[in-house]
Design a protein around this ligand. Sequence first.
Ligand SMILES: [Zn+2]
Length: 264
Amino acid sequence: MGEIKVERAQHKRAVLEQLVNMSRSLGEPSREYVVLGEGNTSAKIDERTFFVKASGFSLSDITGRGFVEVYFEPVLEMLKFDRLTDDEIEQRLNEAKVDPSCPYRPSVETMFHALLLQLPGVNFVGHTHPISLNSILCSVRSKEVLSGHMFPEAIVCCGIAPVYVEYAEPGAELAKAIHKGVHEHIEVHGEPPKSILLENHGLIALGSTPKEVETITVMWDKIAKILLGACMLGGPRFLSDEQIRRIYTRPDEKYRQRLIFKRE
Ligand SMILES: [Zn+2]
């Protein structure tokens, strides 16, 4: 029994260390993915609990103190209500903490982190507001210009297609919209997405490892910069569905994907 406890404590420490490193990397100011306290990250510990960023901490210099361990069940329960007031949300999020004496409050986005960390193969989630991508997501043509893939690396790193979520208020409303988009994606493609694009808001990257979350985020920054250039030259030329599917299922691309996302 004691041995299991020690093993769990070691596992938790290892997960937290990976999450801190991933968060600091995503928060690195020169990358322009987030400023101030923007963005939030999370990691699954086991079937019952996960770490999520506490409100008010900056990703760039976050330490283990900036994360709260939360139970999945009470957070997922919150999504069954038609409407919760801000006070009710705050109270329920506080009650979901594994250590009630922890002085920090889980981020208001904890609900979508709980949903996404339940998907098969998702152990880490990184949510950022990259300037490059938000230049597009805040534009009137965002849905149209983000509806296709332009080059192979984007497919290999970011998945066959992103989920596009129209603007929803951060909190329960956004979590419900994400839930709907993710399940529609699973119905069409038979697997969970790797990327979620939030209109007028930002990006969510889903990974089995921290490396995967970082790679997806780096690649979306690149996609956004290329897309802005393509829009200046008459608009993006998308690959065909057939070309996309071929790249996505090619054995050498699968091999490349495994190398890119391998655990460190
Ligand atoms: Zn956000």
